[in-house]
Design a protein around this ligand. Structure first.
Ligand code: SF4
Length: 252
């Protein structure tokens, strides 16, 4: 796969539920079409020229060298490191990315830093060998594979994601699901309860609306729709003893 070098890797994220983060790949084969906010930013700042280029990711070849220098300087300030906000650490079709993600997790854990991982790929079973303080998550905005093939064309099937998450849950890990960006009914009609019932074994659910897609505002009553959905998620989580977080700007 393509390779790039960077000057730094570990940084404090401005994302509302994150602490520090590492994005050791530029681009993402999953090619989500909601659209992907990371792609929009990369395009705006000239890091990639096109969607096609975004879907041919480039790995940061000096990531481990950078981390060896950065971790000792920053470890006292770090509560956890999120993998990843602008790419996917367990990207399908790129074993190099998965291998590097696992090496990064190993290095962080050896420095007593836990990892919070999120993927639309498959969580490797090998993760069971690392710190029990790590938290593993998947994104799940639907159960409809036809919709998934359109919106997340190169990502893992929903059932593969859920099964990999359940495996780690059964091994005693803290698990979570990001139900974001949740689509409006003019994009897909679906029953949120069916999604929640599939993943009610997890410890935490994050729910958030879809942004940057003109179809949302074309849906009459989309604000009320998201308000109602957020209420459903909160109530479901309370009733099932699951932690929850409703993303900023989802409720209006
Ligand atoms: S998996 Fe995440 S980073 Fe990759 S294309 Fe989809 S939204 Fe973007």
């Amino acid at each position: 796969m393509k390779e790039i070098t960077r000057k730094s890797l570990l940084y404090k994220t401005g994302v509302e539920y994150g602490d520090y983060t590492i994005n050791h790949v530029l681009g993402c084969y999953h090619g989500c079409l909601y659209p992907c906010y990371a792609f929009l930013l990369a395009k705006r700042f000239g890091k990639v020229k096109s969607y096609e280029e975004w879907c041919e990711p480039a790995i940061v070849g000096n990531a481990l060298t950078l981390l060896r220098k950065e971790i000792p300087k920053m470890k006292d300030r770090i509560t956890s490191v999120q993998l990843c906000f602008t790419t996917d650490p367990f990207m399908l079709g790129y074993p190099e990315v998965i291998e590097m993600s696992i090496k990064i997790i190993d290095m962080l854990n050896k420095n007593d830093i836990p990892v919070v991982a999120l993927t639309k790929g498959i969580l490797p079973t090998k993760l069971e060998d690392y710190s029990k303080s790590n938290i593993y998550g998947i994104t799940l905005i639907s159960l409809d594979e036809d919709f998934r093939k359109i919106m997340e064309p190169n990502a893992a099937s929903y059932s593969d994601r859920i099964n990999s998450l359940r495996y780690l849950h059964e091994k005693g890990f803290n698990t979570w699901v990001s139900i974001e960006p949740y689509p409006t009914p003019n994009i897909i009609e679906q029953d949120i309860y069916k999604i929640l019932d599939e993943i009610n074994f997890v410890d935490k659910i994050i729910f958030g609306r879809l942004h940057y897609n003109s179809k949302v505002s074309q849906y009459k009553g989309y604000k009320e729709f998201y308000n109602e959905l957020a209420d459903i998620v909160v109530k479901y989580c309370i009733d099932n003893g699951i932690d929850y977080h409703i993303k900023n700007k989802t409720i209006s």
